[in-house]
Design a protein around this ligand. Structure first.
Ligand SMILES: Nc1ncnc2c1ncn2[C@@H]1O[C@H](COP(=O)(O)OP(=O)(O)O)[C@@H](O)[C@H]1O
Ligand SMILES: NC(=O)OP(=O)(O)O
Length: 311
């Protein structure tokens, strides 16, 4: 099987955890231990989020008085691909010493006509109280929104149209390599009127990019791994209930928040609808169980997995 997994930025740096390098390296090592059983049996592409990390780099850049202006979000996105990609590369090499592994810097094509540029939804950086967030927004010109019980900065998140390096990713996979790529949804880039690539100020949703990439690579399964065991109906209410195996149509009838579960649900539904294959959302620690059909919210066109014909 060819499997594309997306690791949540929050799984790599849990809410409220200090963004220290050793904390993230430990989390990456744990993530890799969960992925290793899949990598031993299947072709594997690993993408990752960067919401918490890109926000930290943005704060550092804004605080650097030697700069005439902070680094733009495309550059910060590439920095996070280097940093998180390096941790993943090293831990994968330690866990799977007989495999060839690479971590790529790469770009995702977006459109400047995307309405997302006028409606920022992507959470980046640490969590704040409402008061702190509103003060920072006024001081620094940020947009801020509620994220669960907290508040966070938001930036535009245009829809990914194509992973620009798809062909080279396919070649590397075909050669037997495990490929870490499309981190942070890929560095957002447009083609200007002269046909040249240019980075833009945004953070692409890594789950939507993972879905697009999985489809382009003809993957058999797409796993979106995060910090909740399943998608929940009535999330955060007294009567929340976990959704197990389901269909895209059933999942699309529910409402999910933009900026967290909304894009994940969209990504898995899209993949299952377009390819007929399985896509799932679940806990990072249960990656192998999800692929085996024993955990997570699993989406297939029939609502069954494995998709054996009905008796
Ligand atoms: N209906 C829902 N079911 C489960 N989790 C939900 C739901 N709605 C919102 N969430 C939130 O979505 C979060 C996962 O999305 P996100 O923070 O974007 O993850 P990641 O950064 O790991 O990709 C969960 O931690 C949970 O707080
Ligand atoms: N870029 C992105 O989607 O990051 P998170 O998964 O951390 O939100």
């Amino acid at each position: 099987m060819r499997v594309v997994v997306a690791l949540g930025g929050n799984a790599l740096l849990r809410r409220g955890e200090k963004p220290d390098a050793d904390v993230q390296r430990r989390n990456v090592a744990a993530a890799v231990r969960s992925l290793a059983p899949i990598a031993r049996e299947h072709e594997l592409v690993v993408t990752h989020g960067n919401g918490p990390q890109v926000g930290v780099l943005a704060l550092q850049s804004a605080a650097d008085r030697s700069l005439s202006q902070p680094y733009p979000f495309d550059v910060l996105g590439a920095e996070t691909q280097g940093m998180i990609g390096y941790w993943l590369l090293q831990e994968l090499q330690n866990e799977l010493p007989d495999r060839q592994i690479c971590a790529l810097i790469n770009q995702t094509l977006v459109s400047m006509a995307d309405p997302a540029f006028g409606n920022p939804t992507k959470f980046v950086g640490p969590v704040y109280t409402e008061q702190e967030a509103r003060t920072l927004a006024a001081e620094r010109g940020w947009e801020v929104r509620r994220d669960g019980d907290h508040w966070r900065r938001v930036v535009p998140s245009p829809r990914p149209q194509r992973v620009i390096e798809t062909r080279v990713i396919r070649r590397l996979l075909g050669s037997g390599a495990i490929v870490v790529c499309a981190g942070g949804g890929g560095v957002p880039a447009i083609r200007n009127e002269r046909g040249r690539l240019e980075g833009v100020e945004a953070v692409v949703d890594k789950d939507l990019t993972a879905s697009l990439l999985a489809e382009a690579l003809e993957a058999d399964a797409l796993l979106l791994l995060t910090d909740v065991p399943r998608v929940m109906r009535g999330f955060g209410t007294d009567h929340q209930e976990e959704i197990g195996k389901t269909t895209p149509a059933a999942l699309r009838r529910e409402e999910f928040p933009a900026g967290s579960m909304g894009p994940k649900v969209d990504a898995v539904c899209r993949f299952a609808e377009l390819t007929g294959d399985m896509a799932a959302i679940g806990a990072l620690e249960q990656a192998a169980d999800i692929l085996a059909g024993h955990a997570g919210t699993i989406v297939t066109p029939t609502g069954r997995y494995p998709q054996t014909p009905e008796a």
